[in-house]
Design a protein around this ligand. Sequence first.
Ligand code: XUL
Ligand code: MN
Length: 344
Amino acid sequence: MSQFKFSAGPWNVHEGGDAFGPTVRDSIPFEEKVKMFAKMGLSAVQFHDDDAVPDMNNMTLDEIKEAAKKVKALLDQYGLVAEFVAPRLWEDGRTHDGGFTSMSETDREFAKWRSERSIDIANELGCDKIVLWLAREGTLCYESKNPVQGVERLIEAINGMLAYDPAIKVLIESKPNEPIDRSYCPTLGHVMAVASKTNDPSRVGGLLESAHAILAGLDPANEMAFGLAFDKLWGVHLNDQNGMKYDQDKAFGAENLRQSFNQVKVLIENGYGKKGEYIGLDVKAMRTQKIEDCYRHLANSMKVVQLMEEKVAKFDYALQKKLVAERNYEALEMYVLELLLGSK
Ligand code: XUL
Ligand code: MN
């Protein structure tokens, strides 16, 4: 049994299409995914606004709320809750140049509309968290935007959301690149800085995804620690990544066991989850995976978290203290490796 509650989004069970080839698995209906998430022991579902209300661009506010209510009823039926809603500001034609930081005023209006509808949907789903994965907020061509104005526009957009709903919390999910070349919020440090400049910093925090930290050349555990030090790590997306290349969303621990151990360790040591935070699994099945087995990456990631919890429970803090006093870090490192390899 894990001490954590887990969540995932419908996009984590996907059809396997990539930039170079079409889909390879049939789509699974949303309700099937929800049913399976519950069966696997997940506690919550993460949503993009249009995961919850697919045709929202063509709907009135009342229609959007009605549709969201039906999703809430479905979650209730399977004993699940919604963790967050994230406005999808990267697929519509009006987000080609970004949403909040687009150079087009009408595009920025669209981004504002989607953010406010995301808040309406979150309210219907009974959750108070909006996640901003700032997919296209930055540049492909550096000279195309004023980078200072870009950051200011982002802060202005968050202020708009905070004003729209006095109870909503905004979590920025940092990522240095992809699909954008240079993003305005590449690390959790940037997220904390942006939060501090908003009109209500107490309602702006961060979500750290392991793969995104690795893409920035950073250790995910250390990024999490930074957010925890500010009391602003309100979400995590655990997964894994083989170096600084395209975003891989591999099963947690599949590449970097020691980093995975340290992520679970820093979360446990700092009481992550005690205020209702979830361990989100932003993992994707390999394209080669057959449909019969297309939830395995989620089950494997949960299992690795649990195995790491056991390793953390075994961690010998007295030995650590002694070795630190002796400054014998070679011995401490070897102890950690042996612990992970099962010989301690
Ligand atoms: C993109 C990513 C997204 C967000 C949700 O890299 O991680 O899945 O987590 O929009
Ligand atoms: Mn993510």
